[in-house]
Design a protein around this ligand. Structure first.
Ligand SMILES: [Zn+2]
Length: 203
C-alpha cells in the first residue's frame, strides 16, 4: 500500500508545472496571476518581491534561511551598479526548495528603510560581516573589505564601503584610508557617504 501511494504522489506532482506554480504562489503569498519573468532572474521556484518589507512578510509567514550576495545590475540608462540581493530559501511542501529575493534598500528611514525587520535580523545572524559593521545595525556588507577607518588616535577597523561609512559617521576626527586592492575612489565614496549619514541623522 505504501508503495502505491508513493507512486501516485510522484505521478501527480510530475504531471504539470501548474501545481508547482499554484503551490509557490500560495506559499509566498504572490498574486494568483504571478508567472516567472526570466528577465528578472525568476523561475517557477524563484520569485522576486518589491522590497525587504515584502520579503519580511514571506519570512514571517513561512520562515527559511536568509542569505545575501552582491549582484551586478544595469539601470535603464545602461549604467552598471552593484546591488545587495537578499534571498530567503524555504522548503515548500509539494515543491521543494523555493527562493524569494529582493534588492536591499538601506536609504533613509523616511523612504521605508527599517533595519529591525526579522528577516534582516536573521540575515545579520548568519552573515559574516566585516570588522567595521556596528552591532546595532543589521545591514549586510556591500562588497569586499576595501577601506581602513582610523579614529583620531589612529586606531582602526577595516570594512566594506557600506559599513566603513557608517563607522566613520560615528567618529570625531576619523578618516578613511583605501586598502591596496580597493576599487578606485573607495575612500572618497566612504568619506562622502559618511557625511550624508551624519546630515541624515542630525536632520
Ligand atoms: Zn561590511
Amino acid at each position: 500500500m505504501a508503495d502505491l501511494s508513493l507512486r501516485t504522489c510522484a505521478a501527480a506532482s510530475s504531471t504539470t508545472s501548474d501545481n508547482t506554480l499554484a503551490n509557490v504562489r500560495s506559499a509566498l503569498g504572490l498574486s494568483p496571476y504571478w508567472t516567472p519573468r526570466a528577465e528578472f532572474d525568476e523561475t517557477q521556484t524563484r520569485a522576486s518581491v518589491w522590497s525587504q518589507l515584502e520579503l519580511n512578510d514571506v519570512y514571517e509567514r513561512i520562515g527559511g534561511t536568509v542569505t545575501s550576495r552582491q549582484v551586478e545590475r544595469t539601470d535603464s540608462d545602461g549604467i552598471p551598479w552593484t546591488a545587495t540581493e537578499i534571498t530567503l530559501t524555504t522548503d515548500v511542501p509539494g515543491v521543494g526548495t523555493v527562493e524569494t529575493f529582493t534588492d536591499l534598500y538601506d536609504g533613509p528611514a523616511e523612504y521605508g528603510y527599517r533595519d529591525d525587520l526579522p528577516v534582516l535580523l536573521a540575515l545579520a545572524e548568519t552573515a559574516q560581516r566585516c570588522p567595521a559593521a556596528l552591532p546595532g545595525n543589521t545591514s549586510p556588507c556591500d562588497g569586499p573589505v576595501a577601506v581602513l577607518v582610523l579614529d583620531a588616535q589612529n586606531a582602526g577597523a577595516e570594512g566594506c564601503e557600506h559599513h566603513a561609512a557608517r563607522l566613520l559617521a560615528r567618529l570625531d576626527g576619523g578618516r578613511p584610508v583605501a586598502l591596496p586592492d580597493a576599487p578606485a575612489g573607495a575612500a572618497l565614496r566612504v568619506f562622502t557617504a559618511s557625511g550624508d549619514i551624519r546630515r541624515g541623522e542630525s536632520a
